[in-house]
Design a protein around this ligand. Sequence first.
Ligand SMILES: Cc1cc2nc3c(=O)[nH]c(=O)nc-3n(C[C@H](O)[C@H](O)[C@H](O)COP(=O)(O)OP(=O)(O)OC[C@H]3O[C@@H](n4cnc5c(N)ncnc54)[C@H](O)[C@@H]3O)c2cc1C
Length: 440
Amino acid sequence: MSLEEEFSRLGLEVVSNTEKYREDFTHYPVEPRIVVKAKSTEEVVSALTLARKHKLSLTPWGGGSSLGGVLWNKGGVVVDVSPMKRIIEFDDVNWVVHVEAGVVLDDLNRFLSQRGFFFPPDPASSFVCTVGGAVVQGSGGMRCVKYGTMRDWVLALKVVLPDGSIVKLGEPLLKNRAGYDLVRLMVGSEGTLGVVVEAWLKVIPLPRYKLTRLLAFFHDEAHIAEAILELRRHRIQPELAEYMDQRVLEALRTHFNLPVEGVGALLLDLAEFDLEEAKSVLSKAKIRIAQTEEEKEEFYRARAFGGVAVSALSKNYMVEDVVVPISRLPDLVSMIRKLEEKYGLLAPTQGHIGDGNLHPEILFDDSQREKAQRFYQELCEYVISIGGSITGEHGVGLQKKELLKRQLKEHNGAPVIELMKKIREVFDPEHLLNPGKYIE
Ligand SMILES: Cc1cc2nc3c(=O)[nH]c(=O)nc-3n(C[C@H](O)[C@H](O)[C@H](O)COP(=O)(O)OP(=O)(O)OC[C@H]3O[C@@H](n4cnc5c(N)ncnc54)[C@H](O)[C@@H]3O)c2cc1C
């Protein structure tokens, strides 16, 4: 019996048109032997059992929006879990929502907003990325400056382990000190420890106070990161604090016809009680306040689609995800500019500046690939040297696996790398799930 027939017999849909599964957003190839869709936990178990029987690697697939070779697979099985999209239960007393792994984050928030609630982590890919993908990527987003990332919002998980057993990790409780925190271990594990099939997520009511959304346009780039530091010295907590440099603004003007100006901008959401003080901190900027709900949405979408607008400028790009202590943001911005000059490449930069997390997007043509690689390597090494991290939210995948080891060695010591490898062995001794990436 062919492999396709074996999967079909177990109820899994074998995908015949595999076009959308052939690369990730950063053009890393995905070359599976077979792509199947799972509709239930039982089908995920079957997929793992068959993959193990045939000694094939297995890569779960959610929205397919991850970057940097996180989805890379060669000759194995891709299991698309996006059909598992049930919102199983919403509890407006315990403020918990129980969902299947394939639920898309925007769909979840549409469901919750009708009930006066929301789930804060909001990757710019929330229109496509799934709960399962966001959990194992430990994803962040724009609201994380106030609310934190996925790791702060996942209470419990149902997971299929590589040996096919089903476990529930954690409890849908706001407090729980029973045992090692295996939920947090799963968050950010990049699909190397198990397949998430269900999640219990913490949710909160939509804010009742008024939030003002504004764009602050600057005419001196040095003032932008400084403004963030100053807001913090004033103990002002924005609910959004996003950065777009001049090239991102230009890309947005072209693609979204947005009236932008200056050499860079901050997108901020401020509570009414912080607004006047924040305006005085931003005195060097020209401020444009969103007047209507539509305009608020337009500002938000512009930043969310900034990456897509920049990617359209070049056939090749590397989306970086460096994060530094907030006090070192001015150094990070000036290092990006120095490297642009050194390598003769452009790196339009945007990102979650309020968290110290920026996404320079290094643009290059085919003849400049090696230069781009050195640019990215030097930037990451610099970030490690100032106490930052090579990834704030996108993860490691294939692209950053050597740099991950370097960072861990310098910041945490070599034994930590060994400890992580042993954890992988405990969950997946046969290296079935997403092998060759991350900590391997
Ligand atoms: C335009 C754009 C904007 C983005 N903006 C952000 C951002 O603001 N913040 C941010 O953090 N990220 C961002 N990302 C990165 C990406 O969208 C996130 O990492 C996202 O959470 C991935 O979810 P996904 O469902 O697409 O996962 P996929 O890409 O399908 O999978 C990612 C990894 O998770 C594994 N996986 C998927 N589902 C499961 C599961 N159920 N169980 C176990 N493993 C699983 C896969 O094998 C793979 O290793 C962006 C990406 C794009 C393209």
